[in-house]
Design a protein around this ligand. Structure first.
Ligand code: PLP
Length: 343
C-alpha cells in the first residue's frame, strides 16, 4: 500500500522518469572524477546556482558539515540563528567534525538582525576566538522564506569583515519559487551553498555543495576524509539531473496545495493555522489540546493509509509534495472530519 505521507518532503520516492534515467545512466568511479553523469549534474548545478564548481554529497547534513569544515579552522566561532538546521538537527556535528563553536545572532524565522550580527563579529583580541563563518538558511525550516534584502545585508556585513557566508539552501528552489526569482539571485549573496535533491525534488538520495573552484577542491579532499568519496554515483546523479532541471520548476504546485490545505484546516475550526509562515510547502497548525488525542488521531489516520508526524513544540506540520495532490488532500480532510465526529 502506498501511504499518503504528510510527514515531510523527504519521503518522496523517485518518479518513473527518474527510475528510467537511473537504470540507463552512464557511470564511472567518481573518486577519480570519472563519472560522466555526476560531472554533468555538478556542472549543471554550478550553472543554475551561479557558482564556479559543485560537489555531490550523500546528505544535506553532510554538505553543511563539509562546508563548516572547509571554511573554518579549529576553535573558530560560527555566527548563526539559534534555530537553524545546523544547530538543531545535525547532532552537534560542528563540535565533533570541525571543533568549532557557535555564537547565536538575533533572528526571526531565519531573518538575521543586522545590527546584532555586526555586534557579534569578534575583534582581534587575545581573549577572543576568530569569527570563521556566518551560516544562513533559506527557505527556513519553520516554513518562512527570508527576503533577498536580508540576504544581501548579511552578505555585505560579512564581506566588510572578510568573513565567508554559507547558505543552507536545502529548500532553496522552494524559496526562489516563493520569491519569484532565479536561485542565482539568492546565491549571489553567499560564498557557498548546500542544496538538497532528495526533498521536494524527489531524488532518492543526494545533496550538492557549491562554491568557488578553490573552495570545492578543498571540500573534495575533506569529503574523502569524511568517508564521502563515492564510486559509481552516476546512477543517483541521473535522478538528480531531473530534480534540478525539471522538478525544481513545479514547486509552486506544492505551495498552492499547502495554501489549499491550510485554508480548509483553518475553516474546520479544529486548528489554528500559522498562515504567516505558509510561504512554501509546509502547513504548521496548532491543534486545540483539549480537543485532540494525538495518539488516537495518528492511529486513526494510519489505518486509513495516511501518515502524519506527531505534535512538536505544540504544532502539527503537514508537508505537501509531488505525491500529494488536491485529491489526496481532500481525502485527508474527509478522514480528519470523520475523526473529529467520532472522538
Ligand atoms: C533537510 C535539511 C537539511 C539536511 O538534510 P539531510 O539530507 O536530512 O541531512 C539541512 N538543512 C535544512 C534546512 C533541511 O531542511
Amino acid at each position: 500500500m502506498r501511504f499518503i505521507d504528510f510527514r515531510s518532503d523527504t519521503v518522496t520516492e523517485p518518479t518513473q522518469e527518474m527510475l528510467n534515467a537511473m537504470s540507463s545512466a552512464e557511470a564511472g568511479d567518481d573518486v577519480y572524477e570519472d563519472d560522466p553523469t555526476v560531472n554533468k549534474l555538478q556542472y549543471k548545478t554550478s550553472e543554475i546556482l551561479g557558482k564556479q564548481d559543485s560537489l555531490f554529497v550523500p546528505t544535506g547534513t553532510f554538505g553543511n558539515q563539509l562546508a563548516l569544515l572547509t571554511h573554518t579552522n579549529r576553535g573558530d566561532e560560527v555566527l548563526t540563528p539559534e534555530n537553524n538546521h545546523i544547530v538543531l538537527h545535525e547532532v552537534g556535528a560542528y563540535a565533533v567534525i570541525s571543533s568549532i563553536g557557535l555564537r547565536f545572532v538575533k533572528s526571526e524565522n531565519g531573518k538575521i538582525e543586522i545590527s546584532d550580527l555586526k555586534s557579534k563579529f569578534r575583534s582581534d583580541d587575545i581573549h577572543y576566538p576568530r569569527t570563521g563563518l556566518v551560516c544562513t538558511e533559506n527557505a527556513h525550516s519553520d516554513g518562512k522564506v527570508v527576503p533577498l534584502s536580508n540576504m544581501e545585508a548579511v552578505y555585505r556585513a560579512a564581506q566588510e569583515q572578510d568573513i565567508p557566508v554559507h547558505l543552507d539552501g536545502a529548500r532553496i528552489f522552494n524559496a526562489a519559487s516563493f520569491l519569484g526569482k532565479e536561485v542565482k539571485e539568492m546565491t549571489k549573496f553567499c560564498d557557498s551553498v548546500m542544496i538538497c535533491l532528495s526533498k521536494g525534488l524527489c531524488a532518492p538520495i543526494g545533496s550538492i555543495l557549491s562554491g568557488s573552484y578553490d573552495f570545492i577542491s578543498r571540500a573534495r579532499k575533506n569529503r574523502k576524509m569524511m568517508g564521502g568519496g563515492m564510486r559509481q554515483v552516476g546512477y543517483l546523479a541521473a535522478a538528480g539531473i531531473i530534480s534540478i532541471e525539471k522538478m525544481s520548476k513545479r514547486l509552486d504546485i506544492d505551495h498552492d496545495n499547502a495554501v489549499y490545505l491550510g485554508d480548509i484546516l483553518e475553516n474546520s475550526g479544529f486548528f489554528k493555522v500559522e498562515d504567516d509562515r505558509l510561504d512554501i510547502n509546509m502547513v504548521f497548525c496548532r491543534p486545540d489540546p483539549d480537543m485532540i488525542d494525538q495518539g488516537k488521531l495518528i492511529g486513526h489516520l494510519m489505518e486509513k493509509g495516511i501518515k502524519i508526524s506527531p505534535i512538536r513544540r505544540g504544532e502539527l506540520r503537514f508537508v505537501t509534495h509531488y505525491w500529494i495532490g488536491k485529491k489526496e488532500i481532500d481525502y485527508f480532510v474527509e478522514e480528519l472530519t470523520e475523526f473529529f465526529k467520532r472522538f
